[in-house]
Ligand binder design. Structure first.
Ligand code: PLP
Length: 409
């Protein structure tokens, strides 16, 4: 049985008032709060062991280096990669995907188009679009079906009818909450000789992400969406793929020999981590993974799923509210529009009553502008530390603010 109150005790930030109201934090798809053990790990490292990694031979540097490499092994285990050398530390999902897009085209890997989908976050859309523009390759977006799920038939058409080198696809949509059948998509792409980069920013906390089971070639995610620090993320790549990639960021620690005549580079993953890495972030990320694994993830998943279903049922009772998407499987968030109430007004007034929601285009303009005709939406995204009572508070607040907005417009 999942004990939400016990878990909440690990997140003191939640026990505060905002504008005189108890905080109801429902913006977890943007950033999840950090539990106390993660904060303590970060503070302890600064207190006791902090020094630059890989360079020094003194005790603190060795301790820091060991902690960083232990963190790399922790990440390997969390996503079930074959080797810790397949784990590259980056600044986050955006950092991972930008670097991958640059490397993909800078290494002679790309001899064809890149396909993405219309439900991507800009982080898995714009880097590929810009790299394709620069290198004169086609850039294609797979459409959604009438329910708002990925149209698998159309996706297969794109993969088979064009000379495609890579598919960039999200595991879970940050707007619709749709959980894409990633294993099936990877198998389909591979059958057409296409490599696959998965954006796992939203899935990494909700789903058990097993890169070997998914068989994806690359996978990217961020620490701050799973209870880790900001400024740290991961690019996973199969070793055979990483070995083909030329680094695009250069500097200390990623090199072998440096001469005027030329430079040789370290092996993966170090050759992709130029400069001082965010080792404290990596150590915090590993602590977040420990934290999640110490909870029963199956129980957590079940609780989150039921909480989201409850929120959907309660929100559906609001007059004029429509959800975006109606996926077979949803995780993490609910996005909606409300007749006669602009999302900015809804989220601004809800905030004044203590409820933190997200409004705007959610960095998914292709989805909102082209697949739906909704330029802005409101998003509610619970985490496992939220309660049914908080959902009730949020729904009551929404009733109030929507009535207020309608009364003055
Ligand atoms: N991809 C998805 C699906 C996201 O939801 C986000 C952030 O919301 C990102 C990528 C970008 O993550 P970050 O800002 O941590 O780089």
């Amino acid at each position: 049985m999942f004990e939400v109150q016990q878990v909440r005790a690990d997140f003191p930030i939640l026990s505060q008032e905002v504008f005189g109201h108890p905080l109801v934090y429902l913006d977890n798809a943007a950033t999840m709060q950090m539990p106390e053990p993660v904060l303590q790990t970060v503070v302890n490292h600064y207190h006791a062991d902090n020094a630059n990694v890989h360079r020094g031979i003194h005790a603190l540097s060795e301790r820091s280096t060991r902690a960083l490499e232990t963190a790399r092994e922790r990440v390997r285990a969390f996503v079930n990669a074959k080797s810790a050398d397949e784990i590259v530390f980056t600044s986050g999902t955006t950092g991972s995907l930008n670097m991958l897009a640059d490397m993909w085209f800078g290494s002679g890997c790309a001899d064809g188009a890149v396909v993405t989908t219309m439900m991507e976050h800009h982080a898995n859309f714009v880097p590929w679009q810009q790299a394709c523009l620069k290198h004169g390759c086609d850039f294609l977006g797979a459409p959604l079906d009438e329910k708002g799920d990925l149209d698998m038939g159309e996706l297969e058409n794109l993969l088979s009818c064009h000379d495609v080198s890579l598919l960039a696809v999200t595991h879970v949509s940050n707007v619709l909450g749709t959980v894409n059948p990633i294993g099936e998509i990877v198998a389909m792409a591979h059958a057409h000789g296409v490599k696959v980069a998965v954006d796992a920013a939203q899935s990494i906390r909700h789903e058990v992400v097993d890169v070997q089971a998914l068989d994806c070639d690359f996978l990217a995610f961020s620490g701050h969406k799973m209870g880790g620090p900001t400024g740290i993320g991961v690019l996973y790549g199969k070793m055979a793929e990483l070995e083909r990639l030329r680094p695009v960021r250069f500097g200390g620690e990623m090199v072998g020999d440096v001469r005027v005549a030329g430079t040789t580079f370290e092996r993966a993953p170090l050759r992709f981590e130029a400069g001082t890495p965010n080792y404290i972030g990596a150590i915090g990320l590993a602590a977040a993974m420990d934290y999640l694994d110490n909870l029963d993830r199956a129980e957590v998943g079940k609780y989150e799923h039921e909480l989201l279903a409850y929120a959907e049922e309660r929100l559906a009772g609001i007059d004029g509210l429509s959800f975006l998407g109606n996926p077979e499987k949803r995780a993490g968030c609910l996005s909606f529009t409300v007749e006669g109430a602009h999302p900015f007004d809804v989220a601004t007034l809800a905030d004044k009553l203590g409820v933190a929601l997200r409004s705007g285009n959610q960095c998914a303009q292709p989805l909102l502008y082209e697949a739906y005709d909704a330029h802005n939406i409101t998003r509610l995204s619970p985490a496992f530390y939220n309660t049914y009572d908080e959902i009730d508070v949020a729904v009551n607040v929404l009733h109030r603010v929507i009535a207020r907005i309608r009364s003055v417009s």
